[in-house]
Design a protein. Structure first.
Length: 284
């Protein structure tokens, strides 16, 4: 049974057979039963309610409604979910990126009273102060963000050209912006080992010096890239790529989801639960 304890955390309780798992494709936190190997319920079953993740693996998500907003920042473990910060009803909040100092950046959307979009900004979250602060950077139709050192890169949608543009801005001093590229086919950008990578139309992560593979959903975690791909029958396949050795080290098919804790990867399927030590994976 799930209950809310005195700390404001939604807990599964003592039933360790049930675990919270983020289903990336559906964008839902679900409860997985380790005896039946099935998802048995949603963390929040409100219609049009979704949980949104960073492109770097994190226990911090946002939860909100695609119709009514009511967004909040939440933290989840396999056994509990805690609400950290609630936003006003006329705002939406989507995770973008986490820098190497664990600063979190979001796309914060403000709406008018008639539900039309008023503006988009990059908002930085302080875990220590539990506070969101909007950056003074003009971003237009903001799509994605990556932070490398003291530089912030972001993509914006050019509605006239129906393409994307890539910009650079300093996080120190004046927040002047500079366009780097225009007429891009994609908007996803990644920081891999201090280099900026853009996801190409061919589905690769490309920088000025090299390229990496990618997936329909790409999650960066420590020294690895985790790719989720969804097949025609809605089954999900996972590929894990080592950034250091530049090769695949693990593949599995037909999974429901996965959790990460340190170097422990837990794979959830319809017939089994499997725990893997990422450091022990070499090649396939």
């Amino acid at each position: 049974m799930k209950f809310k304890n005195s700390s404001g955390i939604d807990d599964i309780g003592e039933n360790t057979k049930e675990l919270y798992v983020l289903e990336y494709w559906e964008q839902k936190l679900k409860v997985y039963n380790q005896d039946t190997h099935k998802f048995i319920r949603y963390w929040n079953d409100t219609e049009n309610e979704f949980q949104y993740n960073f492109k770097e693996y994190s226990d911090i998500l946002t939860s909100g409604n695609s119709i009514t907003n009511n967004f909040s920042i939440i933290r989840y473990t396999e056994t509990g979910v805690k609400t950290l910060l609630k936003l006003p009803a006329n705002e939406a909040l989507f995770p973008l990126t986490i820098d190497n100092k664990d600063n979190m950046y979001f796309c914060r959307i403000y709406y008018n009273d008639d539900k039309t979009e008023k503006k988009r900004v990059i908002s930085k979250y302080s875990k220590k102060d539990n506070q969101l602060d909007d950056l003074a950077i003009g971003v237009g139709k903001l799509m994605d963000v990556s932070v490398i050192g003291k530089k912030l890169f972001f993509t914006s949608f050019d509605e006239k050209e129906q393409k994307y543009e890539l910009y650079e801005s300093s996080l120190k001093g004046k927040n002047e912006i500079e366009m780097i590229e225009s007429n891009l086919e994609g908007s996803e950008i990644y920081n891999i080992n201090g280099e900026l990578y853009l996801k190409s139309a061919e589905g690769k992560l490309v920088s000025q010096v090299k390229e990496y593979p990618s997936g329909e959903i790409t999650i960066a975690y420590k020294d690895w890239l985790l790719f989720l791909d969804v097949k025609e029958n809605s089954s999900q396949n996972l590929r894990i790529y080592s950034i250091d050795s530049e090769k695949y080290i693990y593949k599995t098919e037909n999974l429901n989801g996965y959790n990460l804790n340190g170097y422990r990867l837990t794979i959830f399927k319809d017939d089994s639960t499997k725990k893997i030590d990422l450091k022990s994976l070499n090649s396939i």
